[in-house]
Design a protein around this ligand. Structure first.
Ligand code: COA
Length: 247
């Protein structure tokens, strides 16, 4: 078999996933904001950029771990190699209905505390990921579900998805979305897009925009990077999206 295929991932795959995932997110506004960066990984000189990429990888690994810990599904696109090994090139992480990944025990088991050491105390003090980002988005999602006649927590959440930059534009995200949506038993699926590209891809895959919001206003620029001058600290756009119906 030489064709790429989709399979379920296990904890043993998480290292290979976070390696390409960090490269996919290395200039993502949300990740730049979470990390408290003032220089994007892509613009930083080699020793600094390698360290920042490693730190991002640690954070993303905790997110992925947490998804599996709460009983979520991580799916990967694997390409068989001549050696018989697989190369993992894309992944999607699905959180099931009524579950969240931000619980204290889940965070501990997912080793989220590692980011205290890598990103520093400021990212914890500001609690961007757990206090600002999630409750803000969570409120919008709940309202959207109730307005559409669903229970506020009865939805799948496409927590995070990425394709290795070397393999983007080849339909791998579509492959994962199609396979994953079929398993969602016609329940609503929610997600956030933090770039115009991912928003457009998700819209193409049938997601509708619930609300577009700005995060990090007064702190960061449109790339999610910390800036001192007020004029540039316009924040970055996040689009909350939903897909409802039969797949
Ligand atoms: C967003 C991302 C996951 C897309 O992955 P990908 O494997 O390159 O996407 P695909 O090639 O499968 O494209 C998905 C679909 O969107 C379509 N598409 C691509 N660019 C598009 C655009 N600008 N507008 C509309 N549709 C677009 C493709 O044609 C494809 O549809 P098709 O299968 O019907 O032809 C990838 O760009 C990525 O990893 N980005 C960085 C991380 C990120 O932003 N993740 C999402 C937020 S969690």
């Amino acid at each position: 078999m030489t064709e790429p295929y989709v399979r379920d991932a296990t904890f043993a795959d998480l290292d290979a996933i976070s390696a390409f995932e960090a490269r996919a997110f290395q200039d993502d506004p949300e990740m730049n904001w979470f990390a408290g960066l003032d220089t994007a990984i892509t613009d930083a000189p080699p020793p600094q950029s390698a360290r920042a990429l490693k730190n991002l990888r640690v954070f993303l690994d905790s997110v992925n771990r947490s998804v599996l810990i709460v009983g979520g599904r991580i799916t990967v696109v694997a390409i068989p190699q001549e050696s018989g090994a697989e190369r993992l090139v894309a992944f999607a992480a699905w959180v099931p209905p009524h579950k969240v990944i931000e619980g204290t025990m889940t965070s501990l088991r997912g080793k989220a505390y590692r980011s205290i050491f890598s990103w520093g105390l400021s990212s914890v003090r500001d609690q961007r990921a757990t206090v600002v980002f999630k409750p803000t988005i969570g409120k919008i999602v709940k309202k959207a579900l109730i307005e559409r006649g669903y229970h506020a927590t009865d939805h799948y959440r496409l927590e995070i998805t990425a394709t290795d930059p070397e393999y983007q534009g080849k339909g791998f995200c579509s492959l994962l979305a199609k396979e994953g949506l079929e398993k969602c038993q016609s329940k609503p699926v929610t997600l956030e897009a933090t770039t115009t590209h991912s928003r457009d891809v998700y819209a193409h895959l049938g997601f509708e925009t619930v609300e577009a919001i700005t995060l990090g206003l007064g702190q960061v620029n449109a790339r999610g990077l910390r800036v001192r001058d007020k004029e540039s600290s316009v924040g970055f756009a996040v689009t909350v999206m939903i897909k409802v119906g039969f797949y």
